[in-house]
Write a protein that binds this ligand. Structure first.
Ligand SMILES: *Cc1c(COP(=O)(O)O)cnc(C)c1O
Length: 450
């Protein structure tokens, strides 16, 4: 009985997989917020170094990973693929459940897969400081670590709700050398505007992005880094799915269905795009399902429209599934999934009908997380418990029908710094939030008219 599929260092992918040229049509372009014309590379130049901008719009099927990035990847890659025999047994299912575990990285999640190349390309372009936002703190931790590798400063705006609830994430960022502010902060015009409306604002990723962008854009030696949503971020994450393909060869199986949690879409894209490429090439036909929180349902309840990536409306406009940039989700524990929009690339692929989406309530997710921890021995971050809940549901369906389906998910992070959330759940204090229909209606009314 094999439980763990490991690879050798030589099996780390040498290139990132770009799904865009394999699609029947490319995603609609980002628009300049002033002219509403397609944004060109120069429009992104105040925010990102040119290497990343070119990756954002690349039509090359593969992009070689620089050796300096490979060197850092080798600290934790390849990551293991596990067969969840113990969970299968507890469920009494004939299904085969696999999980690709990204919690072995320095940050404890998939985020360093893109933080490292982003810091590398910025350092190569002479950038001295990166600013960013973070929700649960995973992205800030990953970027703080990556900046330390390439000797750049890192300044982070952390969503207030998480800053208060998760002090250990802030401390990790500080140990790695970053400066951390709660967002909304009084350090930026966008933060002060929100505080004037609501001094107790719990913050949101959209607000924190506005603050980080506002600080980076006017400075020549400072750039901004985004931990999800954009094409280049999803591109970097494809090391996950490429390794998983090789590991399934070892296992002599192939997934029938993949469930991935989606906040901005990066771990989902990273795991599933290499499998989607197999589907698109006509070699396979795997079902691919994105799972989002019922409290922040951009794919299942949002609209597909041009919207800003941030609350203050400073970023280029992107066509994506969105709840409206002014939507502030309830403070669910899966802080990494509290974003009003969805990756434009994942949104486009969803519109093309190549993937499906569903939503889950947090109580069901924590129940799945606890069952997973007790059987497999890893305490999952609250985010991937959304996908685990969907996997368990599928495995129980297989029990009814007797199907031996092969199910795959990304266990994209561990929950060792999310124990307060588990405490809440175990002590019965965790609640499900109603579908926030009115708040979403109000936020959608504010969509830019295009
Ligand atoms: C950031 C994060 C997410 C959400 O971001 P995606 O871009 O959708 O992957 C999910 N899980 C974990 C563990 C995270 O750190």
């Amino acid at each position: 009985m094999t439980t763990k599929y490991t690879l050798n260092e030589t099996d780390i992918p040498r290139a990132w997989l770009n799904i865009v040229p394999a699609l029947p049509s490319p995603p609609p372009p980002a628009l300049h917020p002033g002219t509403l014309q397609p944004a060109g590379p120069d429009d992104f130049a105040p925010l990102f170094p040119m290497d990343l901008i070119m990756q954002e719009v690349s039509m090359e099927p593969f992009i070689e990973i620089p050796e300096a990035v490979m060197d850092v990847y080798r600290l934790w890659r390849p990551t293991p693929l596990y067969r969840a025999h113990r969970l299968e047994k507890a469920l009494g299912t004939p299904a085969h459940i696999y999980y690709k575990y990204e919690g072995t990285s320095p940050a404890g999640s998939h985020k360093p897969n893109t933080a490292v190349p982003q810091a590398y390309y910025n350092a190569k372009a002479g950038v001295k400081k990166l600013t960013t936002e973070t929700g649960a703190g995973q992205w800030g931790t990953a970027l703080a670590f990556a900046c330390a590798q390439f000797d750049i400063e890192c300044e982070v705006w952390q969503v207030r709700a998480s800053y208060d609830a998760k002090p250990y994430r802030r401390l990790m960022m500080e140990v790695f050398g970053a400066t951390v502010h709660p967002s909304p902060s009084d350090l930026t015009a966008s933060g002060r505007a929100i505080l004037a409306q609501n001094p107790d604002s719990p913050g949101s990723l959209g607000i924190a992005i506005s603050e980080a962008v506002e600080v980076a854009a006017p400075r020549a030696d400072t750039r901004y880094a985004l931990g999800s949503v954009l094409n280049h971020v999803l591109l970097h994450q494809t090391v996950i799915g490429q390794e998983a393909l090789k590991q399934f060869e070892q296992a002599g199986e192939y997934p029938d269905v993949i469930y991935g949690c989606v906040g901005g879409g990066s771990n989902f894209g990273g795991l599933t795009f290499p499998f989607l490429a197999e589907n698109l090439a006509g070699r396979r036909n795997t079902r691919i399902v994105a799972v989002e929180p019922a409290a922040c349902p951009s794919m299942t309840k949002g609209v597909y429209a041009y919207d800003f990536g941030d609350t203050a409306g400073m970023t280029p406009l992107m066509k994506m599934h969105t709840l409206g940039k002014d939507f502030i989700p309830d403070t669910i524990h899966a802080g990494g999934l509290r974003y009003h929009g969805m990756s434009p690339l994942v949104s486009h692929i969803y519109e093309l009908g190549l993937i499906e989406a569903e939503s889950k309530n947090q109580l069901d997710c924590f129940a799945a997380g606890v069952q997973f921890a007790r059987t497999e021995g890893i305490i999952p971050a609250p985010e991937p418990t959304h996908a685990l809940a969907a996997c368990i549901e599928e495995a129980l369906r297989c029990k009814e029908t007797g199907e031996t389906k092969v199910i795959l998910t990304a266990l994209c992070g561990h929950g060792m710094l999310d124990l307060a959330a588990y405490d809440n759940y175990l002590s019965g204090n965790l609640v499900d939030y109603d579908y926030p229909a009115e708040a979403i209606q109000a936020a959608l009314a504010g969509l830019p008219k295009i």
